[in-house]
Design a protein around this ligand. Structure first.
Ligand code: HEC
Length: 123
C-alpha cells in the first residue's frame, strides 16, 4: 500500500516534466529515438535489466533475460519487443516478473525504448 502511494506521488511529480520533454520532441514520428529511449530505460528498466541490459543490476535481480545477446535479440521482432514492454511478460507467455508499462509509457516512449534496447546488442 505504502509503495503504491509513493509511486502515485512520484508519477504526479514526474508527469509535468515528461509532458514538457514530449512537447519539445513531438515531431518524432514512428521510428524510436534511442537516446530518448536510453533515459526511459535507465529510469524504469535498469533496476532489473542493468544499465547495459545484461541483467546484472545490483539493486533487484529477478531472472531477467540478457538483452545484449545479439543471437537472442535478432530473433525478436520490434512488434514483439513493443508488446512485451507494453503488456508485460505474462502477455507473451513469459515471466510475469517483467511488468507491463502501458500505464507509465506512451507508445512513442515504448518505441524509443525498443530502439535503445536494439543498441544493447550492437556494442
Ligand atoms: C521488476 C523487474 C523488471 C523491470 C523493472 C523490467 N523488466 Fe524487462 N524483464 C524482466 C524479467 C524477469 C524478464 C524475463 C522474462 C522471461 O524471460 O520470462 C524480462 C524480459 C524483458 C525483455 C525480453 C523478453 C523476451 O522475450 O526475451 C525485454 C525486451 C524487456 N524485459 C524490456 C524491459 C524494458 C524496456 C523495461 C523498462 C520499461 C523493463 N524490461 C523493465 C523484469 C523486469
Amino acid at each position: 500500500m505504502v509503495w503504491r502511494y509513493a509511486a502515485l506521488v512520484g508519477l504526479a511529480l514526474l508527469a509535468p516534466t515528461l509532458l514538457v520533454a514530449h512537447a519539445v520532441t513531438a515531431q518524432n514520428s514512428s521510428a524510436g529515438n534511442a537516446s530518448k529511449g536510453r533515459e526511459v530505460f535507465l529510469r524504469y528498466c535498469s533496476g532489473c535489466h542493468g544499465d547495459d541490459g545484461r541483467g546484472e543490476a545490483k539493486t533487484f535481480r529477478p531472472n531477467v533475460g540478457n538483452l545484449a545477446v545479439k543471437q537472442l535479440m535478432d530473433e525478436l521482432s520490434d512488434e514483439y519487443l513493443f508488446t512485451v514492454i507494453q503488456k508485460g511478460g505474462a502477455a507473451v507467455g513469459k515471466n510475469a516478473a517483467m511488468p507491463a508499462w502501458s500505464a507509465q509509457l506512451r507508445d512513442d516512449e515504448i518505441r524509443d525504448v525498443v530502439a535503445f534496447v536494439r543498441t544493447l546488442s550492437r556494442r
